[in-house]
Each structure stands twice: as C-alpha cells, then as structure tokens.
Design a binder for this molecule. Sequence first.
Ligand SMILES: C[S@@+](CC[C@H](N)C(=O)[O-])C[C@H]1O[C@@H](n2cnc3c(N)ncnc32)[C@H](O)[C@@H]1O
Length: 292
Amino acid sequence: MSAMVQLLPMMEVVYNRKKATYFKMAHSNLRGTHVVAVNHIQAGAVVLIEKALHIQPTKNHPSLSVDPEYQSLIGILDGGSTSAASSTCSSTAHKDAVGRLAELNATAYVQGSKQKDEIWQLEDSHRQARVGDTVKIHGLASEAGKKLNGKYGEISKKDEKDENRFGVMVAMGAKNNKKSKSKSVLRSIKPCNLKTLGGIMRTNAYHDGSLEANLLFKELCRINHACGDAANVNRTIHQGKVYVVAKRDIADGEELLIDYLPLATELGRDRLELLHNMFNFWCQCSEHQQLA
Ligand SMILES: C[S@@+](CC[C@H](N)C(=O)[O-])C[C@H]1O[C@@H](n2cnc3c(N)ncnc32)[C@H](O)[C@@H]1O
C-alpha cells in the first residue's frame, strides 16, 4: 500500500471535522463552470472528499458483445474482416471506431445508473456527436431553440439541407427520457449544441487504478486545469473516492486548479497538444501564457 493511501483514513477524519466551507461553483464564458475558494485555504487542508457519481469499468460493457455494431467496430480495430468498413481501414476509420466504441460503452454503462441525470449535467467539451448517438441538447440561443435545451434525442441522420447539422429525433413532452411514451419530433441541430455521454466521459473521467475503472465526480469534475506548479490542489483517487488537498495557501476568491496530467511533467508544446487532444482546450494557465 502506498504511503499516500495509508494517509487517506486520517484525511477522512480531518475532513469530517472541518467547520469551514472551502469553495463554491462559479460560471463564466471563458472558464465554463469552475470552482472558487470562498475562504482562505491553508496549505495541506483537505478541501474535498467525494464519492464517484459514476464508476465505469475500463473493459467493454458485456451487453455490447451481442450488438452487431460492436462486432463491426472490433473488426475495424483488430484490422480483421468482420465488416465491410474494415477493408477501408485507415487512421480516420480507426479513430472513428475508437470514438464510437467509447460512445457505445458510455451509453451502456450510464443507462442503468441512478445518477444518469447528474452525469448528463457535466460538460462535453468535444461536441463530436455522430449518427446513432444519444444526445442532450445544450446551449441553444434563440427562443425557439431554448425550448429544446435540456431535452434528449437520438441522431438519426445528417441534415439533408445543411450538411453541418444533424437531424435529431428529440423526445418532447419530458425533460428527460424517462417517459417511454413521449412523442419524438425531428429537429435540425448543430453538433456544437449536442452533448454525448462519450464526450462527457472524455472531458471529465479520472482513472482509478485500484478499481480498473474511469470515474465521474459531481464536484471534482468542475475544477479546471493548470499545469504543474500553477495548479493549487492535488488529488488522490482510490476505491471510487477522490481526496483533494491544497498544495499551497489559496486566497479567498482564487480559482481552484488541478493538473489534469500530473505524470506528464514536461511543459511545452507537446503537453499543450496532449491537453488539446484529450480535453479540447488550449491551456492558458500561468505556465503557458507566454507560449500562446
Ligand atoms: C473537467 S472539465 C472542468 C469543468 C468545466 N469548466 C465545466 O464547465 O464543467 C474540463 C473542461 O473544462 C475546460 N477547461 C479546463 N481547464 C481549462 C483551462 N485551463 N483553460 C480553458 N479551459 C479549461 C475545458 O473545456 C475542459 O475540457
């Protein structure tokens, strides 16, 4: 057992005794939802202990093994010949297959979760929905569009009149997809207004090596990134829980920032590109402002 893991029970005791509130959620166009200190936080303080909202094993969901689309995707990834698509195997086909498989897994695993609604609240920074994906509509601006915000649907095809939009079968009458009898209507929607569960996983999931799973958290997943020394909190994830500790004193009003890539210590273009590929943002933290 690592030294850090041995300290976790003691952290729980300290955290459960704490009197002060450490942070609140805030929102801005530039930072999205983010987390801000509401009191001075001392170096070493246990700022947050939280149980995962969602625990998704890294292995593929068992129900997928009987899904023909799954078989075809595995064929593409293996470079085998189980589908017509595999004969045109290219890096784009491979990348698409990885993305679609991630989507099928996230959908299968989240389907049975009691926390489904809270999971859908989290951000999808990628917004790379594809035909067949289950989606949640988000961020529409016009009055007509706003009426669709928060609704769920399934992408049935590319829009025939505008190839930059999707035809989405939107479940009307219910704000979520619990009511099986809700009526569906076809609406034309831009990909930037469609969140998917695969995108939510890619934007937010933290790996838990002790469970061989990827986890989502309600509060941890709202903490934005900063590289290396620019981050002011550290996390340890173990057995489905996260323990967040202040690396240094944090002033009242300061944003809490965590390094999403704590093991990739080198700061530079490669790190920026890795962050961009994984989370779809160009890092502007204090370590990187001079490189931007
Ligand atoms: C785990 S979420 C963090 C919370 C997110 N801001 C939200 O609205 O829910 C990760 C996403 O937040 C945004 N983000 C995090 N750190 C950022 C940073 N340093 N600069 C710009 N965007 C950042 C990116 O869109 C990233 O994909």
